[in-house]
Design a protein around this ligand. Structure first.
Ligand SMILES: [Zn+2]
Ligand SMILES: [Zn+2]
Length: 273
């Protein structure tokens, strides 16, 4: 299983000289499973470069499964610029949470109307299938990849995903709000013994104290989850737009001193599990 980070920044894209090493694009992670399925987690602005890369790959027909953690803007804003979606030879399966208060399709279509863009979701030429799944409803991608979605606390709710293929497991937990002085128990269970945990680390512990209900984690909370869940590697993810490369690399050093198998998710980085 290969994991590649195409966008690692939270909230808003922040291009510029102070973010070139870690990256300024909003969340997008690609997983290539051992049996060659392509799974994309979230469609932040990082998905634009992933799309350009995907159309260069030597496959007869591109089949991708795009899973949304939730539909906050930083996780959907790249979708209109995902070039495979404009091609007839692409099969694009879009997945997200089945909710009682709103459907996934009108939310995605809602950012693609005349007020914002010159084309709509319906204009995309790809064979698009939108599938909603319930919290805890395990599903299979391709022949042997299992995916377990779990709803966690975040304003409006968020899905984390546990993705397993041929004995390797990656867990994606962006935008998670642990309560003060406690951890979300469901996440520890979801991440148990994973080879890689990608965890929200928007804040320093001090910033988290100032913003307890803003929907995000501190890097220290990410470490606590990783330790409790006995994961092999931890990727700190969804970096605050105010944090510079220098600050994030200093956080990485502090984090590694506490939990050595920790690293800062960086745009363009690839990890093999
Ligand atoms: Zn976010
Ligand atoms: Zn969010």
């Amino acid at each position: 299983m290969k994991v590649r980070f195409w966008g690692v920044r939270g909230s808003i894209p922040v291009p510029g000289p102070s973010t070139v090493r870690i990256g300024g694009n909003t969340p997008c992670v690609e997983i290539q499973t051992t049996d060659r399925e392509v799974i994309i987690l979230d469609a932040g602005t990082g998905i634009r470069l992933l799309g350009l890369d995907l159309v260069q790959r030597p496959v007869e027909r591109l089949v991708v499964v795009l899973m949304f953690s939730h539909t906050h803007w930083d996780h959907i804003q790249g979708l209109p610029f995902f070039s495979p979606a404009g091609r007839r030879d692409t099969r694009l399966v879009i997945m997200g949470e089945r909710r009682v208060d709103r459907r996934l399709e009108p939310v995605l279509a809602g950012q693609m109307t005349g007020a914002y863009l010159p084309f709509t979701l319906e204009d995309l030429h790809a064979d698009v299938l939108i599938k909603e799944v319930h919290n805890g409803e395990k599903f299979v991608v391709g022949n042997s990849t299992t995916v377990l979605p779990k709803r966690l606390p975040h304003p409006g709710g968020v899905f984390s995903y546990r993705i397993s293929c041929q004995g390797r497991t990656a867990v994606y937990a962006s935008d998670v709000n642990h309560p003060p002085n406690d951890l979300v128990p469901g996440l520890i269970e979801l991440a148990e013994d994973a080879d890689l945990l990608i965890h929200d680390a928007q804040y320093t512990p001090e910033e988290k104290q100032e913003r307890p209900g803003w929907g995000h984690s501190s890097w220290m909370e990410a470490i606590h989850v990783a330790q409790r869940a006995n994961v092999r590697q931890l990727a700190l993810f969804h970096h605050d737009p105010m944090h510079t490369d220098d600050e994030l690399e200093e956080i990485e050093r502090q984090a590694q001193a506490i939990f050595p198998p920790t690293f800062m998710a960086r745009e363009g980085m690839e990890v093999t599990l």
